[in-house]
Design a protein around this ligand. Structure first.
Ligand SMILES: Nc1nc2c(ncn2[C@@H]2O[C@H](COP(=O)(O)OP(=O)(O)OP(=O)(O)O)[C@@H](O)[C@H]2O)c(=O)[nH]1
Ligand SMILES: [Mg+2]
Length: 196
């Protein structure tokens, strides 16, 4: 099915993690500034791409009100976030998408021009001395290579597959780190208080 927007960009919001450091909460449904983290992520990516999907485990019905497809990790479940990236690539390919933007749901301050600033895929965001391996643009054509990587012996590190496809790091020199991610209650409190 062609994308009526004409964009070959797609986005996958990654929310398939366990959220252990937050006591096993559903990070996508966590409230920050009166809206869910998923609302923040959708607002970040929706103007940048032709279509958005969510990568998440468990009952998809809890996300029905957001009106976006929910992708499961499938047979690579348990191998970490690259399983979500692969599901995103397969979903993107089905509608003619050529490039996939991935964004973790716990990164609520990412810029709304992220994809443009990343440039040509494969590219990954870096800021404040850190590489944000899942804030990245992936060529959908790399899906078969990723499938082979996940069929391999591991480890299934995002940085391992990124190196294999020649991922280029793009530095974001913004004074406030746009890729702060919310892993703990202290992170959430700081974000709520505007300290990051
Ligand atoms: N699809 C998918 N996404 C994952 C998986 N593991 C982690 N992620 C996502 O990858 C991103 C980075 O993960 P973490 O920051 O470690 O977040 P988390 O797993 O939710 O939290 P912790 O359990 O506290 O580490 C988040 O957006 C997670 O939702 C997985 O197995 N599958
Ligand atoms: Mg995190």
């Amino acid at each position: 099915m062609a994308d009526p927007s004409g964009s070959h960009l797609r986005a996958v919001i990654l929310a398939g993690g366990a959220g252990r450091r937050l006591g096993g909460v559903d990070k996508a449904l966590l409230i920050l500034h009166g809206r869910t983290m998923l609302d923040h992520a959708i607002a970040t990516v929706s103007g940048q791409v032709g279509a958005v999907a969510l990568s998440a485990a468990g009952d998809p019905a809890r996300f029905a009100r957001f009106g976006i497809p929910v992708l499961e990790d499938g047979r690579h479940r348990g191998k970490g976030p690259l399983a979500g990236v692969l599901a995103g690539m397969r979903w993107a390919a089905a509608s003619g998408g050529e490039t996939l933007l991935s964004l973790p749901v716990d990164t609520p301050f990412a810029p709304r021009d992220l994809a443009a600033r990343l440039g040509a895929a494969p590219a990954v965001a870096a800021s404040h001395g850190r590489t944000h391996h899942l804030v990245a643009l992936w060529p959908v054509a790399a899906a078969d290579a990723l499938e082979r990587f996940l069929d391999g012996p591991g480890p299934y590190r995002v940085s391992g597959f990124a190196a294999e496809i020649g991922m280029r790091a793009v530095a974001f020199a913004d004074e406030r780190d746009p890729f702060v991610n919310i892993n703990t209650q202290a992170d959430l409190d700081a974000a709520e208080a505007g300290r990051c």
